[in-house]
Structure formats: structure tokens, C-alpha cells
Ligand binder design. Structure first.
Ligand code: 5GP
Ligand code: ZN
Length: 116
């Protein structure tokens, strides 16, 4: 399942370069091109779902895999113990700009709450 004009589907296909830090059969994790913290990695399912709600609704365990992959990334990046943020911006008002579901793994510095 992919969309020809989707940026992250094109990264999965290897058509656009990305710094991949972790991968499984069904997930891929790569560094955000515009990092907001020392660790800023995007974790995606290889298949195309527009947002976290669509991924969860598909109900085949892939949402679980994405979250497990996010934690594996945090461990590899050395931020799991200190703490990290896992963010799924969902919809335009939340700031989602790429409509292929992705979890932001953000860490390596003290993060404020609430977000802007
Ligand atoms: P959103 O705003 O949809 O939650 O997050 C999209 C993220 O994708 C942004 O943090 C943005 O910096 C990142 N991004 C956009 N284009 C690219 C790209 O071509 N490569 C990578 N690695 N990240 C990208
Ligand atoms: Zn896609």
C-alpha cells in the first residue's frame, strides 16, 4: 500500500534519501530533516496510512509495532532512560504536514509542557 505522491512512501521506496536509524519488516525510522532536539527521529509504517487514527483503525497490530519501534529508537539513541516524547500530530490544527502517519521521537534535552 503506497501513494505515488507521498513523501514518506518515496522514502520507503528509496526514491528520496533519508538517514535510516532503525527498521523492521513493517516499520522504518529515519532522522527528521529539521530536528527540534538532539534526537529527532520519525517512525513510520512502511504501508501508507494518513494518520494515527487510520493506522489504529486498521487493527492488525501495526500501531503496536510502530510504538515498539519508537521505543527501540529511543533506547538506541540513549534517551529512553532520561525520557523522550513520542508525538503523532494528527490533522492540520495539530500541525500535521505530511499525511503518512509518523511518530516523532524527540529527546536529548529537557522538553517543556504544554507544547505550543
Ligand atoms: P508533521 O508536521 O507532519 O508532524 O511532521 C513532518 C516532519 O517531517 C517535520 O518534522 C519535517 O521536518 C519532516 N520532514 C519533511 N520533509 C522531510 C524529508 O524530506 N526528509 C525527512 N527526513 N524529514 C522530513
Ligand atoms: Zn505514504
Amino acid at each position: 500500500m503506497s501513494e505515488a505522491d507521498c513523501l514518506f512512501c518515496r522514502i520507503v521506496a528509496g526514491e528520496i534519501p533519508a538517514e535510516i536509524v532503525y527498521e523492521t519488516d513493517r516499520t522504518l525510522a529515519f532522522r527528521d530533516v529539521n530536528p527540534q532536539a538532539p534526537t529527532h527521529v520519525l517512525v513510520i509504517p512502511r504501508d501508507h496510512y494518513r494518520d494515527a487514527a487510520a493506522l489504529a483503525a486498521a487493527d492488525h497490530g501495526l500501531a503496536d509495532e510502530v510504538i515498539k519501534a519508537a521505543h527501540a529508537v529511543a533506547q538506541r539513541e540513549g534517551v529512553a532512560e532520561a525520557g523522550y516524547r513520542l508525538v503523532f500530530n494528527t490533522g492540520p490544527e495539530a500541525g500535521q504536514t505530511v499525511f503518512h502517519v509518523h511518530g516523532h521521537v524527540i529527546g536529548g534535552r529537557s522538553l517543556r509542557w504544554p507544547p505550543g
